[in-house]
Design a binder for this molecule. Sequence first.
Ligand code: DGL
Length: 267
Amino acid sequence: MDDRPIGVFDSGVGGLTVARALLDYLPGESIIYYGDTARGPYGPLERDEVRGYVDDVAGLLVNEGVKMLVVACNSASSAGLDHIRNAYPDIALVEVIEPAVRAAVKATRNRHIGVIGTALTVASGSYVRAIAMTRENVELFQHACPRFVELVERGETAGPEVQRIAEEYLSSLIESDVDTLILGCTHYPLLRGVIQYVMGRDVVLIESDKEAAIDVFSELTRREMFRPRDLPPQHRFLSSGDPKQFEELGHRFLGPEITKVEEQPWS
Ligand code: DGL
């Protein structure tokens, strides 16, 4: 048994889709979530800069006494996590890429898998490497969809403009005949309607939020680290930027559990 919270972090509010899945799969656990809204989004940034930010946030959460780190951001995971794995060898770490890749490899029927993500995620080749690690005979087709993040944050998740952009981004994946598509960005589950519509009903969408939550459950089981049943969970939400904005957007991503946001800037 272990009553410490699970530390979850992202470049901003997107990782709240992962936090939502954690609340659903592990309702007895406490979460401390850090959104680096003042420095995010990470997707358009260079890899080294993001690695530095990941270092900062992981350090902050470890100082808060978390029992596990969940890197709820594809761009941060794509920048590489070896430095924080080495810095905190005793703290379990779950990220969002490998769990989604494992699910996609199981789901595909024609061995053509697609992945969409930010510019950093696609350029890093993180999904290409994760697919290669499975040693499965599958082909991966990638496409960066940078405008999806801004659309979701503006609350635009349906309508002619969103559909036009989705059709443009997804056309090469349809041409490549992918039958399984990984939503390789925390924001994209909020666009699952339009993405499923444009890709067609036969295409299986893999969402890393649920897959990561299942990995967190497995890891806590393996380490026998569940929170004691008689202690009700308590959640905290921290942001490096404007807490009001975080709260407003956060409700859309996570729901009513966000009651208060603490501002924790870097300077
Ligand atoms: N959270 C990021 C991701 O999953 C999307 C937003 C960003 O660019 O930082 O890639």
